[in-house]
Design a binder for this molecule. Sequence first.
Ligand code: APR
Ligand code: PHB
Length: 389
Amino acid sequence: MRTQVVIVGGGPSGLLLGQLLHRKGIETIILERKTREYVLGRIRAGILETGLVNMMREAGVAERMDKECFVHDGTCISYENEMFDINFQKLIGQNVVVYGQTEVTRDLYDARDAVGGQTIFEVEGVEIRDADTEAPYVTFTVDGSARRIDCDFVAGCDGFHGVSRKTIPDTVRKDYEKVFPFGWLGVLSETPPVHEELIYANSARGFALCSMRNENLSRYYVQCNVNDDIFEWTDEKFWDELKRRVPEAIAEKLVTGPSIEKSIAPLRSFVCEPMRWGRLFLCGDAAHIVPPTGAKGLNTAASDVHYLYEGLVHYYQDKDSHGIDTYSEKALARIWKAERFSWATTNMLHRFPDQSDFDLKMQRAEIESLHHNETAQKWFAQNYVGLPY
Ligand code: APR
Ligand code: PHB
């Protein structure tokens, strides 16, 4: 087979890139290791920056999002019994969209079907060959038969555990990593959200987050030990712990119910440099991971897609390779700022095993300055809604 761009990975970044390129008449084939149902079964975050919302529009997949999403002008932070609102609208005239990543991925799959985009599911043994030549190709097997796709470029959108990053030789690649000494236990419940905005809670018992998907679907998280046994976290224990970490007024109005999904996720920061090697370009989790505290996972994947999409369009339409030649540099410049915001908010809102009394005082002082200092709130708002592309 032959195509212009092989996209390895049928997650949100691969699908969004595929849809945008299709609308510019650039052909793609997406290779996905799992089934569509499996990909859509993964529960992920749901805060969309303005940049991603605009790209959903440009890709022609914004209709359901516009109908079903929440638009939030701000977010709340609590510490012990105190709670304050950071109003993005007042501070910088912007807002964020609350719409589940699962829904984004579903809309992108439906859009790809609608345009007859080729997606090959359940592929195995994907190998990216000759990416450092003018004629890369990808080999894989599906239904037991060996296949090969010749192409101009390969977009590695296959997540943290994919093959793309590992295709870049160690001699060329440098990985930066920080693993946090805790995880997040997340619960999805068919209950009304406890508050009209998200609440990021710092408490003596650790971090908690109150988030949502729709009027009757809520998402909550508590900081936990990453090795905790999920079966020891009964729903009752979860709700009890959550109530102890949010202000009393919030705990009183919290509607609890059976969890329909419950999982523990580790927290890490990770960046791979460079994000390009010859004709191979990394996008999203294949190149970088953020702790979820800053809601930057999907949004940094989206900014990568923005830069690569622009670069490829200029390459094919104007025979101008400046965009693809500066892709890695441009994408990384924005990613490192998102990494810093995610690292800073994680440090400000979680309890660390080795935290001294002095450290706790520093954390408290940082939260109080965010509470009472407009400049600090503006910085938070600019980063939370998303820095310009
Ligand atoms: N061959 C083909 N497909 C693969 C391979 C492989 N070797 N390895 C992984 N994949 C697929 C996975 O099954 C997954 O569907 O690549 C896809 C990668 O999707 P994501 O992990 O969702 O990564 P990305 O599209 O970059 O989205 C980033 O996902 O994890 C969240 O917080 C993260 O929100 C961010 C978003
Ligand atoms: C979520 O809704 O799952 C969510 C929201 C904000 C975050 C992380 C997760 O920072």
